[in-house]
Design a protein around this ligand. Structure first.
Ligand SMILES: [Zn+2]
Length: 506
């Protein structure tokens, strides 16, 4: 699941909505018990152990480990008897993933002032998170400089500098950083220069430089504004004097300081992201042309910063657990005596950690008409936090939530307590693949067991995931999808759900 990035606050109240009966057990044909019995903890353990093994090196998008995981999924889905989801022959949907590697080690920062011209050492004296302007040169202004006129002003400053005091990542630091960025944007600057204290920021400068040098996909292009972190010491040597606290602005207002900044970029090969897609065709002549979708993400963070000597981010719970549940649901469907009325599509997407990319691509290049997709049930991080706790994110926004709760209430031995979203401030509703379906007006819910101390850590290992819980979540998902797939009624948005759609401009 992605780290937080949206600023929309939604007041959450768990209310029951939707058409009666959609969640009813009557929608389960004979043979359902036998089919659901194929979902086992031992199967779940086997899938988890493979998908989250060190051998797959954390399944970054793109990577050989991810390709191996998707090949494994394709084999499993084919072995269950599901149809290829991409054309008539393939279970693998590929999407372009152009990689660019910025070479901060070759970046160049020169500051000229009364103290002379000084050259910064990349990763030591400064770090750059590049923006759209590859070369920035000219006078540096403070935030006291007048904001740009409505017409953008004839002479926007190339860069605006402001102090960024305190320890990295603290609330006050984050606020100050946001304020600096906002002030620079207000003046149409091409870069904001955060003047940091070398003592508290050496890790920051090193970490930003390391992060920027990792090959990355540029979806949506670079940020409009470059963020430059410069030590106060470097600026002082260009000024030829110390900067008393709180006086940087007035100094920049009177003392001419110029910069020249360049961050070269290396455009790497055209890599590819991969989604695994399988179809279970429905039986009803009409309703089989509508689809219930099950999603989970097969990618994770790959190899990164070592923690206790371990640099493989296995992503066992995030989200090998959801993919495992998806596989088990798919297998159970093929164990039914006959298919449900609607068709079911199983999608193990990638690119989730990089911005929900695989699910976005799927919807932009869907093998079926998007308006024939009636629902999405997304499974992400379902294997931790106690044997029975489960949250339904977005359950109040459509009748889909009611179906899940009905299943949790009337299926024996599930042993799951399904609550609403217990962490609205974390905005989980925006942070996993169901959200792309929501933006297309498709009712979608996110089944989630909560974050934990191993979230996005190398320690998110398979032996810490409760395989029995994953199997029970898979049974919950199976019954839910079966009922929706057999219901004559499409899931509907609630009044709250329509409010959300409106706030998303739909
Ligand atoms: Zn995840």
């Amino acid at each position: 699941m992605r780290v937080r990035f949206y600023n929309i606050v939604v007041v959450v109240a768990v209310a029951s909505v939707g058409c009666a009966g959609a969640g009813s057990r009557d929608l389960e044909p004979p043979g359902t018990q036998e089919a659901v019995a194929t979902i086992t903890a031992s199967d779940a353990e086997r899938h988890l152990a493979f998908l989250a093994s060190d051998a797959l090196r954390g399944r970054a998008t793109p990577s050989p480990g991810l390709d191996t995981a998707v090949a494994y999924l394709s084999r499993e889905l084919a072995s269950f008897g599901l149809s290829p989801g991409v054309g008539d022959t393939s279970y693998v949907q590929r999407y372009p993933y152009p990689l660019v590697r910025l070479t901060p080690e070759q970046s160049r920062l020169e500051i000229r002032g009364p103290g002379g011209a000084v050259l910064g050492r990349p990763g030591v004296d400064f770090a750059v998170s590049p923006g759209r302007t590859p070369r920035i040169a000219g006078r540096v202004r403070g935030v006291a400089a007048p904001a740009a006129a409505a017409d953008g002003g004839s002479d926007p400053p190339p860069a605006v500098a402001a102090a960024l005091p305190g320890a990295t990542g603290t609330p006050s630091w984050l606020q100050a950083r946001d304020r600096n960025v906002r002030e620079a944007a207000l003046r149409n600057a091409a870069a904001v220069i955060h003047v940091v204290d070398a003592a508290t920021s050496s890790d920051l400068i090193r970490d930003v430089t390391a992060a920027v040098s990792r090959p990355a996909r540029l979806f949506g292009g670079l940020a409009p504004l470059a963020e430059v972190f410069v030590t106060g010491a470097l600026l002082e040597s260009a000024l030829g004097r110390s900067i008393p606290a709180g006086e940087l602005d007035s100094l920049l207002g009177t003392v001419p300081v110029e910069i020249e900044l360049a961050v070269p970029a290396e455009h790497m090969d055209q890599a590819e992201g991969v989604n695994a897609v399988a179809l279970y065709r429905g039986a009803d002549p009409l309703l089989s042309n509508t689809y219930v979708v099950v999603t989970a993400h097969v990618d994770h963070l790959g190899v990164g910063e070592p923690v206790n000597g371990d640099s493989i981010y296995n992503g066992a719970d995030d989200d090998a657990s959801g993919v495992t549940a998806l596989l088990e649901v798919a297998q159970a469907f093929t164990a039914l005596p006959s298919p449900p009325r609607r068709s079911v599509i199983f999608i193990a997407v990638s690119g989730e950690e990089a911005g929900l990319l695989g699910s976005r691509w799927f919807l932009e290049h869907s093998p079926v008409p998007v308006d024939s997709i009636v629902a999405d049930l997304n499974l992400d991080m379902v294997g931790r936090n106690g044997p029975d706790s489960l949250a339904l994110i977005g359950g109040e926004f459509s009748s889909l939530g009611r179906v899940v709760r009905d299943v949790a209430g009337d299926v024996e031995n599930l042993g799951l307590v399904v609550t609403g979203d217990r962490w609205p401030e974390e905005q989980f509703f925006f942070r996993s693949d169901h959200f792309n379906f929501v933006t297309r007006g498709i009712p979608a819910v996110f089944v989630f067991a909560g974050v934990h101390e191993d979230y996005h850590q190398p320690s998110d290992e398979p032996d810490r995931v409760d395989a029995d819980k994953v199997a029970r979540v898979a049974r919950l998902a199976f019954h839910t999808v079966l009922r929706v797939a057999n219901s004559p009624d499409r899931p509907e948005w609630s009044a709250q759900g329509r409010e959300v759609l409106r706030s998303l401009g739909r």
